[in-house]
Design a protein around this ligand. Structure first.
Ligand code: PEP
Ligand code: MN
Length: 363
């Protein structure tokens, strides 16, 4: 899909959306918003009103009354406002209350029925929409949600990368899996993509690094959780910055050029790219050479009635190649992934030859 220049493109980069995880009280909202407005570092003030919580019995948001607090924020500070909507009723009430930007949360994006119900409500409106990635790393589900809104006639859409559920314990609350926000830029021309470093980090100490990486990966802006007094926050207290911390983070952020027209720079880049192209074709030629050998070995094993999988050999390939990778200062985890992909393909080819079958993968 291709997106036209709209609301999210027109602001200066980085476009900053900041505010508390949840609206807790009028005082909390105004204190946070006034501090942010005074520092002139934010385009839109965010706050969750209806909070989808994992377990019952926790603070689930202030609900409808918080819409008035957001309006007051807008009146008092001049900041635009944003909130998350989950149901069509939320969407109607938020639009009636004049909230400027609505976002679709990770738990909603993962459900096409909810997304469609929201898209039906947005039809014919000029809503400005941000669509967070679903909890699990399914780019199709993310793109599908964006498509549903686009098809409903919504033109001002941005994606928000908030990381993905980690099945193992990691330093982050959610895994960045940067290849996914890169792929979404590739699949949707001109789609503004934001990063939410707060929900990726889960703790304040990693937020700046993630924010910098997001900007280096071409993202348009950041959605950051900020609370005037994070220690007392009712939700996500470990990841909320103070207004002054956000200012410092933004001051330290390097915003690099998206591209550069300088002739000397372009000349050098073209040269590097030529060399990289050559290496890529060499890699592909080598893979073809390896594939031919795999086919021959498969026929040999078949003729001799020997198993395809030879565990000892596979074990020794991993060990020797990883040692070699280490000597050559290549990342062992990267090389392991590469070897696993190569081995998977070798097994697929050998299985096909052993059973004279055409694998559905083999186009
Ligand atoms: C939020 O932004 O407060 C939020 C709940 O985010 P997510 O949907 O990404 O979990
Ligand atoms: Mn939150």
């Amino acid at each position: 899909m291709e997106f036209e220049q709209g609301f999210f493109h027109k602001q200066s980069r980085p476009f900053i959306i900041a505010g508390p995880c949840s609206a807790e009280s009028e005082t909390q909202m105004l204190k946070t918003a006034e501090a942010l407005a005074e520092k002139e570092c934010v385009h839109v003030f965010r706050s969750g009103i209806w909070k989808p919580r994992t377990h019952p019995g926790y603070f689930e948001g202030a609900g409808d009354k918080a819409l008035k607090w957001l309006s007051k924020v807008k009146n008092n500070t001049g900041l635009l406002t944003a909130t998350e909507v989950i149901t069509p009723e939320h969407a109607e009430r938020a639009m009636e209350a004049g909230i400027d930007v609505l976002w679709i949360g990770a738990r909603t994006t993962g459900n096409p029925i909810y997304v469609q119900a929201l898209a039906d409500v947005f039809k014919g409106t000029s809503v400005k929409l941000m669509v967070k990635n679903p909890l699990h790393p399914d780019i199709n589900l993310w793109c599908g949600a964006i498509q549903r809104f686009y098809k409903a006639g919504i033109k001002d859409i941005a994606a928000v990368h908030r990381g993905f559920y980690p099945f193992e314990k990691t330093a982050f609350r959610n895994l960045p899996l940067w290849e996914i926000p890169i792929d979404i830029q590739l699949r949707n021309k001109n789609l503004p993509v934001f990063c939410d470093p707060s929900h990726i980090a889960g703790k304040t100490n990693h937020i700046a690094t993630i924010a910098q990486q997001a900007m280096d990966l071409n993202m348009s802006g950041l959605m950051v959780e900020v609370h005037y007094y994070p220690e007392n926050a009712l939700t996500d207290k470990q990841q909320q910055l103070r207004p002054e911390d956000l200012v410092q983070l933004l001051d330290n952020l390097t915003i690099r050029k998206r591209n550069f027209k300088d002739q000397a720079y372009i000349k050098r880049i073209v040269q590097y790219r030529k060399e990289i192209d050559q290496v890529d074709y060499q890699l592909l030629d080598l893979l073809k050479q390896r594939q031919d050998l795999v086919e021959e070995i498969a026929v040999h094993k078949k003729n001799m009635d020997v198993n395809i999988l030879q565990l000892k050999r596979w074990e020794s390939i991993i060990k020797t190649r990883l040692d070699y990778a280490e000597q050559n200062k290549l990342s062992k985890s990267f090389v392991l992934k590469l070897l696993q992909a190569i081995h998977k393909e070798a097994i697929r080819i050998q299985t096909g030859i052993m059973h004279d079958s055409n694998d559905p993968d083999d186009e």
